[in-house]
Design a protein around this ligand. Structure first.
Ligand code: HEM
Length: 159
């Protein structure tokens, strides 16, 4: 399925303003890719906090400057990671319907100083974490499906 999403027109005085240019995002995941992502997510779901800890270790190794952006105890980070992963999994079923929420989340991230390159670093850290956590069941096809989803989310959030 391919759905074009138009961003609302931005108001200049609003600090939550979205980019002026209309943003269009294409949902490019196939039904099989969605199934592969869903299946791998279900495998790590019981240990999301632990997987989250691994993810942050890798993320901060790839970019130590990101450490200061995440405040609070490690346990809290684990919970935030779990929330972000659940939102990611949910976004599979809601495609265009979730785009406005993701855009707003993207605005909030921009306010926190999160740039497009940070999304790329995050994607690298997450793919590495999934590789470590899922071992053989993280096949090339599953990896490509996750990369497609992360690219999609980045296009919507960092647009
Ligand atoms: C797939 C993309 C992403 C999703 C779905 C996502 C999701 C979320 C969610 C749900 C929150 C909590 C929102 C809130 O507290 O208002 C959050 C907070 C945050 N995210 Fe993300 N995020 C994404 C990408 C990133 C990236 C690339 C970075 C930086 C490398 C990042 C850094 C942060 C920070 C610093 C916070 C605030 C944490 C805190 O309050 O301690 N996020 N994210």
């Amino acid at each position: 399925m391919s759905v074009a999403i138009q961003a609302p027109v931005a108001k200049t005085s609003n600090h939550l303003a979205l980019p002026r240019a209309a943003v269009s995002a294409e949902m490019q995941l196939t039904a099989k890719q969605k199934r592969l992502i869903r299946e791998s997510f279900l495998k790590i779901e019981p240990a999301l906090n632990l997987v989250g800890t691994l993810f942050y270790l890798k993320l901060f190794r790839l970019d130590p400057t990101l450490r200061t952006r995440f405040e609070g105890p490690a346990e809290m980070q684990g919970r935030k990671f779990a929330a972000a992963m659940k939102l990611t999994a949910i976004s599979l079923n809601h495609e265009d319907g979730l785009a406005p929420t993701l855009k707003l989340l993207g605005v909030r991230h921009r306010q926190l100083g999160i740039k497009a390159r940070h999304y790329r670093t995050m994607a690298r850290a997450l793919i590495w974490t999934l590789e470590q956590s899922l071992e053989k069941s993280f096949t090339r096809e599953t990896k490509h499906a996750w990369m497609a989803l992360l690219g999609q989310l980045t296009r919507i959030m960092a647009a």
